[in-house]
Design a protein around this ligand. Structure first.
Ligand code: GLN
Length: 196
């Protein structure tokens, strides 16, 4: 069974743990950088990206997270997690982990719609997926190797670049685990490749 960590500094950590377990993989709450080495894949949850970033620095996680990305291990950023994973954040000079070749814009769905639900077709993953957006970012620009998986109102809200998966919404907040299952399959494939 593959072992998937959820960065457990702030945000929707428990919900991701439950979604992973209900999808048949082993889930670990990651509280210390030393735990990263034992994982096959990592989810960076939604929450507040500036807060999570402060805690990443406080607990000396940044080198370990960048190393995890360099090793080719799958990483899935949801909402704030997508902001942390992106190579570029609109309006900011520096990215955070800076791994996935996308530019994201924070809080880009407007104040009056701070939180909403939308039915999405996620290419190759799920049709009719109920996506919960909470002060969500979106992808304003995607590099050439990025596969766009879903759009909402013409805006990119889910994408994959090889080992990296990112979405604007919170897939862990509904019982529909098709996107989590898709990530688990990415992790299984990556592990099999490394074993041979
Ligand atoms: N607006 C938040 C941020 O910029 C993300 C919101 C979320 O993760 N639900 O970090």
């Amino acid at each position: 069974m593959v072992k998937i960590g959820v960065l457990g500094l702030q945000g929707a950590v428990r919900e991701h743990i439950r979604a992973i377990e209900e999808s048949g993989a082993e889930a670990v709450t990651v509280k210390q950088p030393g735990q990263l080495a034992e994982l096959d894949g990592l989810i960076i949850p939604g929450g507040e990206s500036t807060t999570i970033r402060k805690l990443i620095d406080k607990y000396s996680f940044m080198d370990g997270l960048k190393e995890f990305a360099r090793e080719g291990k799958p990483m899935f950023g949801t909402c704030a997690g997508l902001i942390l994973l992106a190579k570029r954040v609109a309006g900011y000079e520096e990215p955070h982990i800076g791994a996935m070749d996308v530019t994201v814009e924070r809080n880009s769905f407007g104040r009056q719609r701070e939180s909403f639900e939308a039915d999405l077709d996620i290419n190759g993953v799920a049709e009719g997926f109920t996506a919960i957006f909470i002060r969500a970012p979106h992808i304003v620009e995607a590099g050439e190797n990025v596969e766009i998986l879903a759009k909402h109102n013409g805006r990119i809200v889910a994408a994959r670049e090889g080992q990296f998966l990112g979405c604007s919404f919170h897939p862990e907040l509904t019982p529909d685990h098709r996107l989590t299952t898709y990530f688990i399959e990415m992790v299984k494939e990556a592990r099999e490749k490394n074993l041979v």
